[in-house]
Design a protein around this ligand. Structure first.
Ligand SMILES: Nc1ncnc2c1ncn2[C@@H]1O[C@H](COP(=O)(O)OC(=O)CCCC[C@@H]2CCSS2)[C@@H](O)[C@H]1O
Length: 388
């Protein structure tokens, strides 16, 4: 960290009560980690607001704080928003949770977070709040109370309530916030969304399965009717919402923090955060961490030249995001068995990904011509359409 940046951060923290080796509160850097320490637990709170709208950078910042900040005597609230993105839970299957082809077409990234729970849609109309605390002080209902009380203060007419499963509902049935959390032995975080003015069409069209007939033990999402705060409070501005949330957080936890803008890609403040973001971006994390699953479905095939239709059966097993087993049962009068076996064989070991699978079968298709080529092509297209 350069002296100048360090000085800036110190000043910000001094203003907000977090000092560098002065008084009874200290902040210092050691072995490329920042440790935030305080002996004065009653005022040891910090509110950070991310300047980034990149989902992977923001998730990496959460991981960084979780890994590097000593939260035994203090709590942190992180406020962040993302450009359009779909965020799945740690133990979920992206192919059964979201419309991957539509996301690819729209250039919308998929992110797998480290916390459990279901899939949510993010855009700049959705606020994320991450409550960091010691595991001892971890209290999700209390955190949600910060949100519900802030909203009640802003708009007393709205009926806003947290549920037993830690959703927040507006007017009895519309979900405006979903929760997930990650607990470790000493520290923990609880994060939740807050729908202010997100795109409802994108939310509902992107949170649909890509592939049919998936069987797995992955965590399923619990779909709910959703609403934006602005549906019932059209004049509610971001600034007043953020201010009310910070005020309520201070009130609830007896703090006096003001929010500090931070850049989560700043390696001098958060050493190693870029590597953490790169890991979250990787195919191996996003898709490769999917719990093993199988796909079993019928493929309808039509050879238009001969006006001939048939139905094939596909069974695929996928482990670590890679095709582990593929079985194609095609009527033998439609395609000789050795050719459908060849298709299965080239797919085994490949990523369960349409681009990789297409590249693998393209080589095989070159080996045939005429009617057999046409039918193999049709069969390959049908298989690829299942790999969302
Ligand atoms: N942004 C957002 N906010 C609230 N509810 C949503 C949102 N997007 C989708 N949904 C609805 O919730 C269900 C999934 O509900 P489910 O209960 O299965 O999952 C969750 O709520 C997970 C919340 C994760 C919050 C983290 C905070 C920071 S990073 S992501 C989905 O099918 C939709 O019906």
């Amino acid at each position: 960290m350069t002296q100048q940046k360090y000085g800036l951060l110190m000043n910000q923290l001094r203003r907000t009560g977090w000092f560098l080796r002065t008084g009874n509160q200290e902040l210092w850097t050691r072995s490329s980690s920042i440790f935030l320490e305080s002996s004065c637990s009653s005022s040891a709170g910090l509110v950070l607001q991310s300047q980034s709208t990149d989902v992977h950078q923001n998730l990496a910042l959460e991981d960084w704080i979780d890994a590097h900040v000593d939260l035994q005597q203090r709590s942190i609230l992180l406020l962040w928003r993302n450009r359009p993105a779909v965020v799945i839970g740690r133990h979920q299957n992206p192919w059964s949770e979201c419309n991957l082809p539509a996301m690819r077409r729209a250039g919308i990234p998929l992110a797998r977070r480290r916390s459990g729970g279901g899939t949510v849609y993010h855009d700049l109309g959705n606020l994320n709040l991450t409550f960091f605390a010691s595991t001892k002080a971890y209290d999700r209902q209390r955190n949600l109370k910060v949100v519900t009380e802030a909203l009640r203060g802003l708009r007393p007419d709205l009926d806003i309530r947290a549920t037993e499963r830690f959703d927040i509902l507006m007017n009895g049935c519309f979900k405006i916030s979903g929760t997930a959390s990650r607990l470790s032995r000493k520290s923990s975080y609880h994060h939740c969304t807050l729908l202010h003015s997100a795109d409802p069409v994108a939310l509902s069209t992107l949170l649909r399965p890509s592939s049919p007939g998936i069987h797995s033990n992955a965590t399923p999402s619990i779909s709910s009717p959703v609403a934006n705060l602005t549906d019932h409070a059209p004049s509610l501005q971001w600034e007043e919402l953020l201010e009310a949330l910070v005020q309520q957080y201070n009130k609830e936890f007896g703090l006096c923090a003001t929010s500090i803008l931070i850049d989560p890609s700043d390696e001098s403040l958060f050493p190693g955060v870029g590597r953490m973001a790169a890991e979250l971006c990787s195919w191996e994390w996003t898709f490769g961490k999917t719990p093993k699953f199988s796909i079993e479905t019928q493929l309808e095939l039509t050879d238009k030249h001969l006006d001939l239709c048939c139905s094939a059966h596909l069974l695929m097993e996928v482990k670590n995001g890679l095709v582990d087993r593929c079985q194609l049962d095609v009527p033998t009068d439609w395609l000789p068995p050795n050719l459908s076996v060849q298709i299965s064989e080239v797919l085994v070991g490949e990523r369960f990904c349409p681009h990789r699978a297409a590249a693998a079968v393209t080589v095989l298709l070159r080996s045939q011509s005429g009617q057999l080529h046409r039918r193999m092509h049709l069969l390959c297209d049908a298989v690829l359409s299942v790999i969302g």
